[in-house]
Design a protein around this ligand. Sequence first.
Ligand code: DC
Length: 224
Amino acid sequence: MAFHVIAVDGPAGSGKSTTARLVAERLGFLYLDTGAMYRCITLKALRLGVAPSDGNALLRLAQESRIEFRVESGVQLTTLDGIDVSSEIRSPEVTLAVSEVSAHASVRAILVERQKEYSRSASLVAEGRDTTSVVFPDAFLKVYLCADVQERAKRRVHDLERLGKRTTLQEQIVDLTRRDRYDSSRSASPLTQTDDSVLIDTTGLTIAEQVDRVVDLYRQRRGA
Ligand code: DC
């Protein structure tokens, strides 16, 4: 049977992760969080004292790291070398360094190859910055999510609160603006909206509405 890929890209805080995860649940697809993979390499680098600018050392880390996704009691966990790091990879330290780590073309090449492998054995919803442009250019459905920066910062404050991390709206606006600029202007696979992606502005939409839109788009396309 043919496996289908739904690829979802967009800037940080646009609702990609939650939307992609819930769409995957609704359709019975795998959820591929590509950002979590870059975060794992960043976490390992910070723990080992490898600088985010050291491309060669990061490439070696990426080559020797085992990153896996596992569902436990309905919750998807990210494991690094067999250990659950789902919470650690969301720490402010990792968030601060991950854009620089993910800008190395050599690191991207390794992780992109692994991301493609997932699609050979299952239908999946992949989300990140380059899933519509580089990882899955032939995806069955491509979606680009956006939202204004105030709204995205508000969501980040809530997300971090749920993880027990205190932050302010202003801090998140500064961080998101910095990451948007970095992710969109880097030379290796910058964040872009491809011509064949469907644009969904999630400002003012509920999560349920975002999920419904993507599921409806998928069903329409499949039924056509
Ligand atoms: O979606 P996120 O915040 O977990 O992503 C973390 C970082 O990883 C983000 O700053 C950009 C980078 N990233 C990337 O370059 N390519 C992807 N496919 C996913 C994430």
